[in-house]
Design a protein around this ligand. Sequence first.
Ligand SMILES: C[S@@+](CC[C@H](N)C(=O)[O-])C[C@H]1O[C@@H](n2cnc3c(N)ncnc32)[C@H](O)[C@@H]1O
Length: 220
Amino acid sequence: MQTPFSLDSRLTLCADFVRVGAKLADIGTDHAYLPVKLTLEGKVLTAIAADINPEPLSRGMQTIEKYNLQDKIQTRLCPGLEGICSDEVTDIVIAGMGADTIIGVLSAAPWLKDSSKRLILQPMTKCERVIKFLYDSGFEITEQKCCIAEGKPYTVMCVEYTAHTNPCTELFTYTGKLNPELYEDKEFLKLQAKLLMKRSAADKKYKLLAEIIKERTDSQ
Ligand SMILES: C[S@@+](CC[C@H](N)C(=O)[O-])C[C@H]1O[C@@H](n2cnc3c(N)ncnc32)[C@H](O)[C@@H]1O
């Protein structure tokens, strides 16, 4: 369905992972563009736009009112998922936040350990910490993609609970399920290699990881 505005490529990637008929929660919603867009498209059954701060949430309310969606999108002023119950949501987007914030939000909601829930995570920093936390906690990345927004690569992970801990290698925490044959994934992996190279000044083990990733991206 044609809607009056477009999401940027980063939020589009998040939106693509949301299931048709989902009950959506957008945590750290700010302008509420994602729930508004998906509600206008009719992709989601219900949506909750949540934010920890009143100012961004009121920006979200303005967008919701602009498109007259007050009866379709609820807003919640709360940290993470603290104001949301398990039976209200199936798909949870946490985008545009740092790794530690995302890990904090996930840790505080044990009801996410449910294979029927889908997490859509877009960390702005330290993606490797999020991946390590997920695999240590019994979650798995089912799909991972990248995009370029304003010249910068971003990654989005689609995650589900598996009920068994999945040990992952340190290399995997940096590469996830990305495919270096795809341009956007390759650009993100190149950034990871650069970061590891910087870290290798303090600890040589990172040099080997950087070289493995570089070899993968150079061969494509
Ligand atoms: C950079 S904006 C991201 C907005 C949107 N999700 C996006 O990706 O474009 C981050 C938002 O997350 C909110 N936020 C930060 N920590 C949060 C938390 N623990 N729980 C809920 N919202 C949080 C901030 O208030 C801010 O509005």
